[in-house]
Design a protein around this ligand. Structure first.
Ligand code: GSH
Length: 215
């Protein structure tokens, strides 16, 4: 049976958020693990911009933005209620994800690569990230997740990037006083859902059958 095809890369936070949403909605796809240095021709044919994740639907429609993939999955079956919030809350979620994907991700990349480029001011970039961590920490005060006691679209979209930020310098991150953010991140890292989306697969090559993912 033809299934949607997901080009994915295990460690990519954008691909992680797509896999989280696919798993949370019970969507089943054929996962093709990509090595970014050797992107499959077929992936580049359908999505010349060359980023993962890419989801090719059964009708050949191509989704090449991680948020679109999340939304497609949630439109199908939001059985965990990731978007079961008021209109205002969903608007606030989207604004928070914009901030995460925009200024926070830019600072995260600069902070991450600072060791290789001495024109980057590590402290300044890390500081921008730290401000975002503090904002999340305030939102997480007295509640398990960003928008209450239920995991939401915003948690799924943002957590993979917070993980990446934390992993640049673990000792530093874990010694900061954003205890709510740390507790939220740790719960995510220890969750069965996270483990399930971080399975290791070998590189997909043309002609291979991909791996059945989700469901
Ligand atoms: N806006 C895209 C960004 C995806 C993205 O930048 N993915 C990275 C990997 S984490 C990528 O594929 N980069 C291309 C490369 O490294 O060649 C999305 O949300 O899906």
């Amino acid at each position: 049976m033809k299934q949607p095809i997901l080009y994915s890369f295990r460690r990519c936070p954008y691909a992680m958020r797509a896999r989280l949403a696919l798993a949370a909605t019970g969507s089943t796809v054929e996962l093709r693990e990509v090595v970014l240095r050797e992107k499959p021709e077929h992936m580049l044919e359908v999505s010349p911009k060359g980023t993962v994740p890419v989801l090719i639907l059964e009708n050949d429609h191509v989704l090449e933005e991680s948020r679109d993939i999340m939304e497609w999955a949630l439109d199908n079956s939001d059985k965990e209620g990731w978007l079961d919030f008021s209109e205002n809350e969903v608007e606030a979620m989207n604004a928070l994800i914009d901030e995460s994907d925009g200024p926070f991700k830019a600072a995260l990349d600069a902070y991450k690569y600072a060791s290789r480029d001495d024109t980057i001011d590590t402290t300044q970039e890390r500081g921008i990230g730290a401000d975002f961590m503090k904002k999340l920490d305030a939102m997480l005060e007295g509640q398990a997740y960003l928008f209450g006691d239920k995991f939401s679209f915003a948690d799924g979209a943002i957590l993979p990037f917070v993980r990446q930020f934390a992993h640049v310098d673990r000792d530093w991150f874990w010694s900061q006083d954003w205890n709510n953010t740390i507790r939220w991140l740790e719960a995510f890292l220890e969750s069965e859902r996270f483990k399930a989306i971080m399975s290791k697969y070998s590189q997909w090559k043309a002609g291979d059958e991909g791996v059945a993912f989700g469901g």
